[in-house]
Design a protein. Structure first.
Lengths: 206, 66
């Protein structure tokens, strides 16, 4: 069985935000929620890097581990989804997620949190495939139609890849091998820093 | 005086019999397994094998390098 994953190639991302727009449009995401975001690391500095981030559908998902009502599940394709009928909007998953994927619509006065919303890898939710209820709560179910997430399909530079982890890894490996002989210092990750990784996330923690 | 005592005793017995149905069985509780998904089942119409092939084909068509 395939294990679905996202991968964003920081050497290719041009910060066009087409993935963000495509996602919002496809799923009619409510105002104030971005299931996908484009972030720039070391903005304005030489060697800045841009990456597109959403739920990474972790194999051992921390959101799933901390949920007090156990509303998360993993599909056969390895996509982490949740049941909005069970979600109580406690926010634990928001604090547990290292990617800031879970988000909450503001409902009512005093900024009360609604049900958690996050990227579904265009796989909908537990409701019947492509039913109005599923679309209303989770957005379109493209996987059931044999399509991949629109953010990745829309990406003009093919920076964002979404699909079976083995196939995605093969594509990325080929790219890395092709870049290996390039003398461009911008492509020297060791010197410029890697946007994915411990050093970038926590800087010099000593 | 005597009839009041009898009435009180009878009332007490009636109350006891009524409350007898309100006991709580300490073993009759719903225990939830931690970290086990509690929501509805996600049923897919498409066969897993078909969907797998379709998604691989789609990836090659749409996302491979130009």
């Amino acid at each position: 069985m395939a294990r679905m994953k996202f991968l964003c190639d920081e050497e290719r991302c041009i910060e066009c935000n087409a993935c963000v727009t495509a996602c919002k449009n496809e799923h009619e995401v409510p105002w104030g929620i971005n299931r996908r975001r484009v972030i720039t690391v070391d903005d304005g500095l030489p060697g800045e890097k841009t990456i597109s981030v959403a739920c990474m559908h972790c194999t051992d998902a921390p959101c799933m581990a901390v949920c007090p009502v156990d509303c998360f599940y993993t599909t056969d394709e390895g996509v982490v989804l949740h049941d909005k009928d069970l979600c109580i909007g406690c926010g634990y998953c928001f604090y547990a997620c290292p990617f800031g994927a879970p988000q909450y619509p503001q409902q009512g006065a005093f900024g009360a949190r609604g049900k958690m919303d996050k990227c579904t890898f265009c796989a909908g939710g537990p409701e019947e495939d492509n039913s109005p209820a599923e679309f209303r709560k989770y957005g379109r179910n493209r996987l059931a139609e044999g399509k991949l997430p629109l953010c990745a399909e829309m990406c003009s530079t093919k920076a964002l890849l979404a699909g079976d982890a083995d196939v995605v890894a093969d594509v990325f490996r080929e790219r890395v091998v092709r870049r290996a002989g390039n003398d461009n210092p911008d492509l020297n990750r060791r010197r410029q820093g890697n946007p994915w990784g411990w050093e970038t996330a926590y800087k010099d923690s000593r | 005086m005597m009839w009041r005592k009898t009435a009180l005793r009878k009332g007490f017995l009636v109350m006891l019999s009524l409350l007898a149905a309100c006991y709580e069985d300490p073993y009759d509780v719903t225990l939830h397994e931690a970290h086990v998904y509690k929501g509805g089942e996600d049923v897919h119409h498409a066969a897993a094998a078909w969907q797998n092939d379709q998604l691989r084909k789609r990836f090659r068509e749409v996302q491979t390098d130009r």
